[in-house]
Design a protein around this ligand. Structure first.
Ligand code: GLP
Length: 243
């Protein structure tokens, strides 16, 4: 794991965006695995700016997002599809048909998940997967205890995740109880992983993930076994690590 230590969230965002931009420049028809949550928003802002400035071209890029709430349609402003359109896709010159998010509107979980696995396989896998982390160590929505061998599947969100994500909804009861997520297997098959973390509140889980034992109880710990992970984290997030 290559660790980039940054001063703060802004520097973390710029560094992460530079790594993503380098991927797009080196392979203009690359497949980017994308993430939601508040952490990647700053990096997406840089990509939008560089694209507007004519420094980056997304016209051949394809994307696959990690996850989506089951039951939310794309026009729901809490859906991850809506989030991605708003925070990235609408600001760059990507073809919308090249962007993929699990189909939250599909009630048949098996169908939604197998279709998504087929999409990823059809694109030849993921060149660079962007990842954030939840406070319980979840990546995508792979919650503690989920098998490392799973591909895209339907998960029951844990109370901790519902609590953490309720800030985006009017009230906790509005947070969907289930989601479709790429599995750890899909993530681990990505050729490169860009792991972004900011803030003191993530310091403990980051330490566990990087310095603790590899265990499904801490889903992000599996990244210790991936051959090409770039961790971009700010001082606050890295504050408990030995380095
Ligand atoms: C959600 C997403 C994750 C994300 C996590 C952390 O649960 N499914 O992909 O990493 O939130 O979000 P934040 O970056 O807002 O802390």
């Amino acid at each position: 794991m290559k660790i980039y230590k940054t001063k703060n969230y802004e520097e973390m965002s710029k560094k992460a965006a530079q790594i993503m931009a380098a991927q797009v420049t080196l392979k203009p028809d690359c497949v980017l695995g994308l993430a939601t949550g508040s952490t990647p928003v700053g990096a997406y802002g840089h990509l939008i700016q560089w694209c507007k400035d004519g420094l980056l071209d997304f016209s051949q890029v394809k994307t696959v997002n990690l996850d989506e709430y089951k039951g939310l349609t794309p026009d729901n402003d809490q859906s991850y599809r809506y989030f991605m359109n708003k925070n990235l896709f609408s600001g760059i010159n990507i073809s919308m048909e090249n962007t993929h998010v699990p189909n939250g509107a599909e009630t048949d979980s098996q169908k939604a998940c197998s279709q998504y696995n087929a999409i990823i396989a059809g694109m030849g896998g993921i060149d660079l997967q962007l990842l954030g982390i939840g406070h319980d160590g979840h990546i995508g929505f792979n919650e503690p205890g989920d098998s490392f061998e799973l591909e895209t599947h339907c998960v029951d969100l844990t109370p901790l995740t519902i609590e953490a994500n309720k800030r985006f909804f009017e009230k906790a009861e509005d947070v969907p109880r289930q989601a479709y997520t790429m599995g750890i297997r899909n993530i681990m098959l990505a050729r490169k992983i860009l792991f972004v973390i900011s803030g003191e509140d993530k310091a403990e889980i980051l330490k566990k993930s990087v310095e603790g034992p590899v265990t499904p109880q801490v889903p992000a710990s599996v990244l210790q076994l991936h051959p090409d992970v770039m961790l971009v984290a700010d001082e606050a997030a890295l504050s408990l690590m030995k380095l």
